[in-house]
Design a protein around this ligand. Structure first.
Ligand SMILES: Cc1cc2nc3c(=O)[nH]c(=O)nc-3n(C[C@H](O)[C@H](O)[C@H](O)COP(=O)(O)OP(=O)(O)OC[C@H]3O[C@@H](n4cnc5c(N)ncnc54)[C@H](O)[C@@H]3O)c2cc1C
Length: 429
């Protein structure tokens, strides 16, 4: 016999669902395949550095879904101040405009370019996000033949929703991002202590009313007559009243087999994630005092000196820098191409901050075939992805960043984690 509720996967989605259930008095067990918590948001401590798994920030800070999810368990995320985003342009940094007033002030744009950008932004903000869901930004925007206009939207879509390829970016999802960003006091928040603050608060809450079992890979689910009747892990078959599957849904068909319908299996198989390269550089001394996100336009890359935002992430006098370079998922299978892109990225960093590479005490390069669980492109928006409830299986619920919620990336994992917990509580009643 297992716990009252079993949650599979200890990433943001699974830990959120489990913590909210535990907070509501449910006895819960989390089964995690690896030896650590956090999934794609795991953190590492080494030589005095506290390193997230790549750049990890929360959109809309205290007004975003991560903060809302944490409030469900009584935890207020403590955010560090993040400075203005900086754009590397022609050998120096300029403030990256992110809203209408900043675009009006941007000295590097002509009046015609500013007009085209602001008109497009207003059009998107005033549009129906549902109707624009299946339209790409290439089709929704006008004036993209002007290089600066094109470049600005690639950057905004790149940092807003990790979709710098405008032909693969949903105008509806981007419009929703813009609307929320305009309403929010801050567009981005970095939790003090990085993802460790969030993961530790969630797991502590889970352990108050249940447990997390590491190195416990679920091999398959037994589904009979519309119910999960067994969870196969190691040599055991566990049984629970309800199960939350909080692993990217691309893995669901393999684990659930014919127990779920063909339509859902096909949906899960077809979902394309975002991908790319992430580099952490642990530096022996400081190379920059910039405390905002730093972006380059061609190619679109983004980075930050995390220890300038939150000094607890590096020993005194040392510096932690992290860069992300989004690439199409197909590129990640081509080893030589990926190595060439890594060199390009290092060249870009060295170009902006000469001497950086000489100061590297240690580095970590992640070649990632899945960064966010889905690319926010037409055909992969909220309405197209699997819902939290599974058709035909009454006690199985889905959570995590591949499930349906009107956000992107980690925000989807937090929102669906909370929603899955709510639906499980209803089911148990
Ligand atoms: C480099 C990088 C940077 C990112 N930056 C940001 C950011 O700035 N902001 C943002 O919002 N999002 C960001 N993301 C995305 C964010 O990390 C993810 O959206 C989020 O962590 C997904 O959480 P999840 O719980 O859905 O999935 P995961 O984190 O993938 O969790 C799933 C868990 O299930 C476990 N598992 C898999 N199979 C099994 C099995 N058979 N049995 C038991 N357990 C299993 C896995 O080991 C894993 O721990 C970033 C991602 C990466 C990789």
């Amino acid at each position: 016999m297992g716990a009252e509720v079993t949650v599979i996967g200890a990433g943001f989605g699974g830990l959120t669902a489990a913590a909210v259930l535990a907070h509501n008095g449910v006895q819960v067990e989390v089964l995690e395949a690896t030896g650590h918590l956090g999934g794609r948001a795991a953190f590492d401590r080494k030589d005095g550095f506290l390193v997230d798994y790549g750049i990890h920030t929360h959109r809309y800070a205290a007004q975003g879904p991560a903060a809302a999810a944490m409030r469900e368990i009584g935890h207020e995320i403590e955010f560090a101040h993040v400075g203005e985003p900086q754009l590397w342009r022609g050998g120096s940094f300029v403030d990256l405009p992110s809203g209408v007033p900043q675009f009006l002030k941007a000295g590097f744009l002509s009046a015609g370019e500013k007009g085209a950008i602001i008109r497009n932004m207003m059009k998107l903000v005033l549009s129906s996000t549902t109707r624009k869901a299946d339209v790409s930004l290439t089709d929704a925007l006008s004036g993209l033949d002007r290089p600066e206009v094109n470049s600005m939207f690639k950057l905004l879509s790149g940092i807003g929703m990790v979709a710098p390829d405008l032909s693969n970016a949903s105008a509806g999802v981007f419009a929703l991002f813009l609307k929320r960003a305009l309403r929010s006091k801050e567009t981005v928040g970095y939790p003090v202590g990085g993802t460790s603050q969030v993961i530790e608060a969630l797991s502590k809450r889970v352990e108050s009313q249940g447990s997390v079992s590491l190195n416990s890979r679920v091999k398959s689910l037994d589904i009979e007559r519309g119910k999960v009747t067994g969870i196969r892990v190691k040599e055991e078959v566990l049984a629970s009243k309800s199960v939350v599957f909080a692993v990217p849904v691309q893995r669901l068909p393999e684990l659930a087999g014919d127990g779920i319908g063909k339509a859902l299996r096909d949906k899960c198989d077809a979902l394309v994630p975002t991908a790319g390269i992430s580099i952490d550089l642990c530096l022996s001394s400081n190379v920059s005092d910039i405390d905002g996100v730093i972006v380059t336009a061609d190619p679109v890359t983004m980075g930050q000196f995390t220890s300038n935002i939150d000094p607890t992430t590096a020993p005194e006098g040392k510096q932690l820098a992290t860069w992300y370079y989004p690439l199409p998922v197909e590129t990640m299978d081509d080893r030589e191409a990926v190595e060439a892109e890594e060199q390009k990225l290092k060249g870009i960093i060295e170009g902006m901050f000469p001497g950086t590479m000489d100061r590297v005490e240690w580095e970590r390069i992640l070649r990632l075939k899945i960064v966010d669980g889905f690319e926010p492109r037409p055909g992969q928006t909220s309405k197209d992805r699997p819902a939290v409830s599974v058709p035909g299986v009454e006690n199985l619920f889905l959570a995590g960043d591949t499930v349906s919620a009107d956000y992107t990336a980690g925000d989807v994992a937090f929102a669906t984690g909370v929603e899955a917990a709510r639906q499980v509580l209803d089911y148990l009643r």
